[in-house]
Design a protein around this ligand. Structure first.
Ligand code: PHE
Length: 340
């Protein structure tokens, strides 16, 4: 991937209402219109927001390709400057600015929710563009994508458990969930219900109520059976002590090189863009491809099979699961061979 230009289209615009820099990054439309969520959070500089958009958009290309979707990858980042108070008025203006920018892509980029945005925001965005998914059910959408995302992660966890421990059940296992946002909360709840001993961490300690809690700084290196990254990315480097890492956070690794060092130290890392596909698979399945709930959920459950296949290939070839997943994505993204 290197330093060379690889994104098809990237626009950063200072919002005319909010003064907040908004980026829409379209990484690839080879398989269809780019699809990816809208991240709204604070960044130290607009360049940090842009860099995040570029990484996240690329991740969506791989996520959608590996999931077998006829969509490319893109992402929106609304980069509220850290230090500026995120008031409801500023938030609404920044969303409106993002809506105008998304509209300018005329359907070649389709937006959904991500960290910092939800179904009510998608409804609000509809006043500016048709090309948003996950509106509330009362408005004809499929609502929050967090439930299907969590379902997909649980499918990936089962495959990872089978590969690492020889059994897919988490009962009696110590599982660390880092990030108690909309998906992490569901995972902590479901994993405990399945008999796992769940430890949680979040920068906002009030979200950890009801669980054994550790500091975020300690969570990634805690001795445990499974580590579930469910917050922002760029967090997994050296020092992981769980033999299985699988979760919904996008861009989990500090750098792609970490995949090799994890593998060498016997840690199985399920690529984030494989484990986290449940939300897009379900939402696009229902809202773009007309599947009913059961059919779309069945599609989400196939993540278990995908992860099983990738981990088996990784073991057989001595390659990292990341390399296997990227190779699968690249095969799907490869242009049809020329006939001349
Ligand atoms: N936040 C989702 C992801 O990272 C993006 C998304 C969800 C896009 C639902 C469209 C619909 O995969």
């Amino acid at each position: 991937m290197g330093e060379s230009w690889e994104h098809e289209e990237v626009v950063t615009r200072l919002g005319r209402r909010s003064g907040v820099p908004v980026t829409v990054a379209v990484h690839s439309r080879r398989l269809g219109p780019a699809a990816g969520g809208i991240r709204l959070r604070q960044y130290a500089t607009w360049q940090d927001g842009l860099a995040d958009a570029l990484r996240l958009a690329r991740g969506m290309t791989y996520k959608n390709a590996v999931a077998g979707l006829a969509f490319g990858g893109g992402k929106t980042v609304i980069a509220v400057p850290s230090g500026v108070a995120l008031t409801p008025a500023l938030r609404a203006d920044a969303l409106a600015d993002a809506g105008d920018l998304i509209a300018s892509f005329e359907g070649s980029y389709l937006a959904g929710p991500d960290i910092g945005t939800g179904q009510e925001d998608m409804l609000y965005l509809r006043s500016f563009t048709d090309h948003v998914f996950c509106l509330p059910e009362a408005h004809g959408g499929t609502g929050s994508s967090s439930g299907p995302t969590a379902r997909g992660v649980l499918a990936a966890v089962r495959a990872g458990m089978s590969s690492v421990f020889g059994t897919s059940t988490v009962a009696g296992r110590r599982v660390v969930v880092v990030g108690m946002g909309s998906v992490g909360t569901l995972l902590a709840r479901d994993l405990s219900a399945q008999g796992a001993s769940v430890v949680v961490a979040d920068v906002d300690e009030t979200r950890c109520a009801g669980y054994e809690q550790v500091a975020v700084a300690d969570a990634y290196s805690l001795p445990a059976d499974v580590l579930v990254p469910a917050a922002v990315g760029g967090v997994i480097g050296e020092g992981v002590r769980a033999p299985l890492v699988v979760g919904p956070a996008n861009n989990q690794l500090v750098s792609d090189d970490v995949a090799a060092s994890l593998n060498a130290s016997g840690v199985v890392w399920v690529p984030d863009f494989v484990a986290s596909a449940g939300g897009v698979v379900y939402t696009l399945g229902r809202e773009a491809s007309g599947l009913d709930h059961d059919a779309a959920m069945a599609q989400v459950e196939t993540i278990e099979e995908t992860v099983t296949t990738l981990l088996a290939a990784s073991a057989a070839h001595g390659a990292t699961p990341l390399a296997e997943a990227l190779a699968l994505a690249e095969r799907r993204l490869a242009p049809a061979p020329s006939r001349v």
